[in-house]
Design a protein around this ligand. Structure first.
Ligand code: ACM
Length: 538
């Protein structure tokens, strides 16, 4: 058996044939694959349509990736190559000058076909000779790449050749998302998570076709983003977290780095500054903001509902204007989340006055306002978005105003709810949410909210009980994998019995990525044979 290193050098030599006049004759690629079944692959979220053919595409050291020159496409080719390297150790060149042979090529192609008009849609055509990924947009091509990553075999097939060959089953996949907003939320206020931890979370979300990371950047216990015009927010307000640890915050450079990292994964960051309640950290930093009549002190507990801005003071709105302006300038996405939940010590008419006035500030900086469902009490513009977590009545008020709704019912979609009474982390004030309960509900028809008003689904992860990436992963996974299917795949195409088998087969990926997921006893996990980790060059 020739060693892998020799084989890899040989492959590189072959690829560089034209440049170096390498005389080595290219070996015939393996084409006679054993039977494969694309429909039996463990894709999550499940695609709209999968049409298998018998056969396999050989991914090996002779393969190459070519992309359209359209914006974003070459980067996607590079991304795929890096991820293939992480999974298989194969070095697949991208857009090299010489096409070595039209066999064994993966094309990532920008196409204006009408069939691909829906945002983020893509089609994959896999034959023994080539893989063709067509999409109208880079975002769609990026989603298609995730599907491809999921169907590359875990193990190389040593009986086919004397070098590693990984199989991709042949057939056609036609796919597009049900909802345009597919999010997860991370509360970095109750406990702070650093840039690398957030990047790792983004890596996993991207694999399951999420397109939004909602960042809960402020709360009673901490303010986590540098605001240049109000520096004490982070100096004072960023110094604490739940349990008395040191807290932390993102500089604007850190935040930009995360926005760019998310953008590379076609994920939009939605910043949230929670107000007028959940504002103790801001009010300690600048006491003129405070409206609850008490002298604010740093807070490291877990209570909610005791803080409020003074909603009748113009200087409070000058402050908010600066905060929204600075954060909006760093956030290319269309949304700004103003929180608005649990303002129990704000009088109702003051609360309504506040959200209506802040909506205008958010719009001034070119963003659509998002707020937790309580904002539905205000007289808001139909472009604003209600984030349903608790009150059907509030969500329905928003629907009556023509507003869109993001579905995050706490009883079904909160990632910080415990799986069961034995869970190591999490709370259970809304419910226990085992892995099947998390999957077995229908955002399309939940609480009678009309589907035409639903922008999408989001799984929020509040961080009162978690303080590091392992604990984050314990609560987020596997449930966040199920939420990706709830937001991408239509109801008639979802089925728990089918899903749980596909979920069991995520274990090799999760192991390779070193994700400390909760090994739910409801799932017959297939553990990985691999000991090496995905290699990430970022
Ligand atoms: C919330 O859970 N207070 C939105």
């Amino acid at each position: 058996m020739i060693s892998k290193v020799v084989i890899r050098s040989l492959a590189v030599c072959l690829v560089c044939m034209a440049v170096f006049a390498c005389t080595q004759k290219k070996e015939k690629r393996v084409l006679n694959f054993p039977k494969t079944d694309l429909a039996a692959e463990n894709m999550i979220p499940k695609p709209v349509k999968v049409i298998p053919t018998e056969g396999g595409f050989a991914l090996d050291g002779f393969s190459a990736i070519y992309t359209s020159t359209a914006e974003g496409f070459p980067e996607i080719g590079q991304f795929l190559s890096e991820k293939i390297k992480g999974k298989t150790q194969l070095d697949i060149p991208v857009n090299i000058d010489e096409i070595p042979n039209m066999e064994g090529v993966i094309f990532i192609n920008q196409s204006d076909s009408l069939e691909l008009k829906a945002p983020e849609s893509y089609q994959l055509y896999i034959t023994p000779d080539s893989v063709i990924l067509n999409s109208n947009s880079a975002a769609g091509a990026f989603r298609g790449i995730q599907t491809l990553r999921q169907i590359i075999s875990e193990n190389s097939n040593d009986t086919l050749a004397e070098y590693p060959v990984f199989t991709i089953p042949t057939g056609k996949i036609i796919d597009r998302p049900q909802f345009e907003y597919r999010g997860a939320m991370l509360d970095v206020a109750r406990h702070f998570f650093d840039v690398d931890e957030v990047k790792k979370f983004i890596d996993i979300l991207a694999y399951y076709k999420y397109n939004v990371l909602h960042f809960h950047l402020s709360d009673d216990q901490g303010w986590r983003i540098e605001i240049k015009s109000w520096p004490k927010l982070t100096e004072i307000g960023g110094s604490t977290e739940v349990g008395g640890e040191a807290g932390g915050y993102y500089t604007q450079e850190d935040y930009k780095e995360l926005v760019a990292y998310a953008a590379k994964h076609h994920i939009t960051i939605v910043p949230e500054i929670d107000m007028p309640g959940h504002t103790n950290a801001a009010s300690v930093s600048y006491p003129f903001l405070n409206g609850n009549g008490k002298t604010p002190k740093l807070y490291e507990g877990m209570r909610v509902g005791f803080s409020t801005f003074d909603t009748r003071k113009d200087t409070v709105y000058d402050f908010i204007d600066d905060v929204v302006r600075e954060i909006s300038a760093l956030s290319p996405g269309p949304y700004f989340h103003i929180g608005g939940d649990e303002s129990h010590v704000t009088k109702k008419n003051d609360y309504i006055y506040f959200v209506e006035r802040v909506e205008k500030i958010v719009q001034k900086y070119g963003k659509r306002m998002v707020g937790w469902d309580e904002i539905g009490q205000g007289n808001l513009d139909s472009s604003s978005i209600s984030h349903f977590w608790n009150s059907k009545k509030n969500a329905m008020s928003a629907v009556k105003k023509g507003m869109k709704i993001i579905m995050s019912p706490a009883k079904k979609a909160y990632l910080d709810m415990q799986y069961d009474t034995l869970s190591k982390h999490g709370l259970h004030w809304a419910a226990y949410i085992p892995t099947d309960t998390a999957y077995n509900w229908n955002p399309e028809s939940y609480e009678g909210i009309p589907i035409k008003n639903i922008l999408g689904v989001e799984a929020p992860l509040w961080s009162e009980t978690i303080s590091n990436i392992d604990e984050l992963e314990y609560l987020a996974f596997p449930r966040a994998i199920g939420y990706s299917e709830l937001s991408w795949t239509t109801q008639e195409n979802r089925d728990w019995e089918n899903y749980k088998v596909r979920l069991a087969n995520q274990a090799p990926f999760l192991d390779r990525m070193d994700v400390k997921y909760y090994p739910s006893p409801l799932i017959d996990w297939k553990t990985s044979k691999y000991s090496y980790k995905e290699i990430d060059k970022d």
